[in-house]
Design a protein around this ligand. Structure first.
Ligand SMILES: NC(=O)C1=CN([C@@H]2O[C@H](COP(=O)(O)OP(=O)(O)OC[C@H]3O[C@@H](n4cnc5c(N)ncnc54)[C@H](O)[C@@H]3O)[C@@H](O)[C@H]2O)C=CC1
Ligand SMILES: CC(=O)C(=O)O
Ligand SMILES: [Mg+2]
Length: 373
């Protein structure tokens, strides 16, 4: 199969869909790979390293899309990329369609088959292609939050660890999944007082066993959120209802109950955010202040550590890229119910129940469509 890797064009996005090592595996399996010039340059994967792995270098995105059957990316396609998608393409990338009506319509109109990393499952129902980026985003959330708490960033001038004779800061994490637990590990490591909430009692029980009285576990309810936000220095939004728009758990009215200069990091922003006052920001302008509360809502946080993130993402995506390339899209989907869950758009139809429900659009049956293709 012919596989294409365009250079990412989202603001400050330096990750790349395939590493030179992944390209080598695909070439060894008998495929052709076209990588856009400078696609990995910023993170030390120069064109020469791709050439050495057996790839061809394309001069621009237009050439990559023209050569490729399978397009492997990182971020949701930007409008210039949607315009290059054709019905013979399979697009494999993060899509986050639930809060993105225009993108959803654009992908449907393109006729391409679009598989979203973030809705591919494993046999335990987890999200193996979201997990590596969630691990990284959870870790960054605490670093970013600690920075935002500094005076220069508009924060209240609080150090997470406190200091001898001065109490540590309060970190409240809403959502105890992959992002939440990685944030928890970092916040503990940095010496903060940590409260973590989830609607899942089994999850909270696990964390209680693991961390004991070093942390507080709290069942996530509206009352618990009302209670804990006023005391928080740093709030991390880390909830997910897979594929769907995030529930708004922190309301605008909560902001006036919070301390001036406290910080909200809404990691769930890529699913629309779990904080009502959150709107997506970029690495070049990551924060804004509302009601005295600093908001950090970068929708591609792992892009800040693009080299680590690219390597972690490829560890997870490579087996699926190989399956798509070796078997073709149709057979790869039919052979693997977990990959099938990633199929969001197929031949002009919307095939994700969660996206269809979030956007109030018509849903088509994935299996029937793919079987009949
Ligand atoms: N901004 C960024 O750059 C990135 C954002 N993300 C996003 O972070 C979010 C979290 O991802 P993961 O941790 O991987 O998901 P996950 O599925 O591992 O964890 C989500 C947790 O939220 C909990 N939850 C659901 N409703 C809740 C509620 N009402 N109150 C409290 N907890 C609730 C679930 O029980 C689950 O434990 C997702 O939206 C994901 O797309 C992930 C990576 C990067
Ligand atoms: C998960 C995601 O959206 C990201 O890594 O940017
Ligand atoms: Mg994102």
């Amino acid at each position: 199969m012919r596989i294409g890797v365009p250079k990412e064009i989202k603001n400050h996005e330096y990750r790349v869909g395939l590493t030179p090592q992944s390209v080598r595996e695909l070439i060894q399996a008998g495929h052709e790979v076209w990588v856009e010039t400078h696609a990995g340059h910023a993170i030390g994967f120069c064109d020469e390293s791709y050439l050495n792995s057996g790839a061809s270098i394309a001069c621009d995105a237009t050439e990559v899309f023209a050569k490729a059957e399978l397009v492997v990316k990182v971020k949701e396609p930007q409008s210039q990329e949607v315009a290059l998608l054709k019905p013979h393409h399979t697009l494999f990338t993060y899509l986050h369609l639930a809060p993105a009506l225009d993108l959803t319509r654009g992908l449907m109109a393109s006729g391409a088959n679009c598989i979203a990393y973030e809705t591919v499952t494993d046999n335990a129902g987890r999200l193996p292609l979201l997990a590596p980026m969630s691990e990284i985003a959870g870790r960054i959330a605490v670093q970013a939050g600690a920075h935002c708490l500094e005076m220069e960033a508009g924060g209240r001038g609080v150090l997470l660890s406190g200091a001898p004779g001065v109490p540590a800061a309060n970190v409240v994490i809403i959502g105890a999944g992959v992002v939440g637990v990685n944030a928890l590990m970092m916040a503990i490591g940095m010496g903060a007082n940590v409260t973590i909430m989830d609607t899942s009692m089994p999850r909270l029980r696990e964390l209680d066993w693991q961390y004991g009285n070093r942390i507080q576990t709290v069942l996530s309810t509206a009352t618990a959120i009302d209670h804990y936000l006023p005391e928080a220095d740093l709030v991390i939004g880390a909830v997910l209802v897979p594929g769907a728009a995030a529930p708004k758990l922190v309301r605008r009215s909560h902001l006036e109950t919070m301390k001036r200069g406290s910080v909200i990091v809404d990691v769930a922003i890529d699913q629309g955010g779990c904080v009502e006052s959150a709107r997506p920001t970029t690495h070049s302008d990551p924060t804004y202040v509302e009601e005295g509360v600093v908001h950090y809502c970068v929708a591609n946080m792992p892009g800040a550590v693009a080299r680590t993130s690219t390597l972690a993402l490829n560890n997870a995506t490579l087996p699926f890229v190989l399956a798509l390339a070796n078997k073709g899209t149709k057979q790869a989907l039919l052979d693997d119910a977990n990959l099938m869950k990633g199929l969001n758009v197929f031949a002009g139809k919307l095939t994700s129940p969660e996206v269809a429900s979030s956007l109030k659009m018509e849903l088509a049956d994935r299996k029937v469509l793919v079987n009949n293709a």
